[in-house]
Design a protein around this ligand. Structure first.
Ligand SMILES: NC(=O)c1ccc[n+]([C@@H]2O[C@H](COP(=O)([O-])OP(=O)(O)OC[C@H]3O[C@@H](n4cnc5c(N)ncnc54)[C@H](OP(=O)(O)O)[C@@H]3O)[C@@H](O)[C@H]2O)c1
Length: 295
């Protein structure tokens, strides 16, 4: 075995151990007001599928009236009915394309008009495959709109109400890609890194206001993310099963973490270890190469 490979395995083992201990010793406190008697509301972008739909389910189960935002209104209507049937909770629908200025303005106006918005989940997102030079420039611009401008503008719209009421939480869905610099994923890595920097800096600015900010950094999740035409050559089976997280577990880890003080939240021991590796000088590039082989 070559030395760098041994070193990498040693660091992985150490990082997994450290992450597991870290995981065990942290106390969990519930953040969400639970029924009966809760009157808070929430807004989830990208609620028509995957992780966003799971956030909406868990927030509704916790007594939140959720505004479900995405482009596909029929999907949102089906989820609205499900939340009513399963949890007896009313919800609202906001059809908006958050990759456009008009869509972002529409969502921001909706947020400003909510008088008890307690949790904002900026979740909508997508990925592309291939080197920047070969990908559609319009798709890359849409990604910057969705991952950067929408996250910033909707947070800004939510803050006056949350700070005036002395509490609330903004969850910005990022990715472990925020810590990687992986060729073939340039704009995704860059926009998710923006989300982390934005969330950490905003959290610092909001100290003492009662408003929490989280950058949720999952690894692979079983959702529709990899089912688009852009991912036709992506083979899920090439990545080991233990790398695939369940959307319900990721949403639960995020909401549970609102009871603590972490801004960067990485669900799952394997991905906590991966992030520790990616942040280790000299190891990050090797980890990037290993991760690229799994794509
Ligand atoms: N799945 C993974 O492996 C993974 C890993 C790390 C991070 N993430 C992040 O997790 C978040 C949720 O993704 P997912 O895995 O749940 O994917 P998904 O199942 O494909 O869901 C994506 C959601 O985003 C919405 N969306 C996409 N473009 C939009 C637009 N222009 N305007 C408004 N909404 C839009 C989609 O709704 P409409 O199409 O109806 O608009 C959909 O509800 C994303 O930010 C993603 O980057 C995913």
């Amino acid at each position: 075995m070559k030395f760098p490979k041994m070193l990498t395995l040693g660091v992985i083992a150490g990082a997994v151990g450290a992450a597991a201990v870290n995981n065990r010793t942290r106390p969990r406190r519930a953040f969400l007001p639970l029924r009966p008697g809760a009157t808070a509301s929430a807004l989830v972008t990208g609620a028509s599928a995957g992780l966003g739909a799971e956030f909406a389910r868990q927030l509704a189960a916790g007594g939140y009236r959720v505004t479900l935002a995405a482009r596909r209104g029929d999907r949102l209507e089906a989820l609205q009915q499900e939340l009513l049937d399963r949890y007896g909770m009313e919800s609202d629908i906001l059809v908006a394309d958050l990759s456009t200025d008009a869509g972002i303005d529409k969502a921001a106006q909706h947020i400003r008009a909510m008088d008890d918005l307690t949790v904002l989940v900026n979740n909508a997102g997508f990925g592309t495959v291939g080197r920047l030079v070969n990908t559609d420039p319009v798709r890359q611009q849409e990604m910057v709109h969705l991952h950067v401008l929408a996250v910033m503008s909707l947070s800004q719209a939510a803050l006056p109400g949350m700070t005036a009421r002395g509490g609330g939480a903004i969850i910005n869905v990022s990715s472990v890609a925020a810590f990687s610099r992986m060729p073939g994923n340039v704009n995704y890595c860059a926009t998710k890194a923006y989300i982390n920097a934005f969330s950490q800096t905003l959290a610092a600015e909001l100290t003492g206001t009662g408003v929490r900010v989280q950058a949720l950094c999952p690894g692979y999740i079983v959702t529709e993310f990899h089912d688009t035409s852009e991912y036709t050559r992506f083979n899920r089976d090439r990545s080991p099963g233990f790398l695939w997280l369940k959307a319900s577990d990721v949403a639960r880890a995020s909401l549970d973490a609102l009871g603590g003080s972490r801004v960067i939240v990485v669900p799952g021991t394997v991905y906590k270890a991966a992030v520790m590796l990616l942040r280790t000088p000299g190891i990050g590039p090797m980890a990037n190469r290993a991760a690229k082989k799994l794509r």
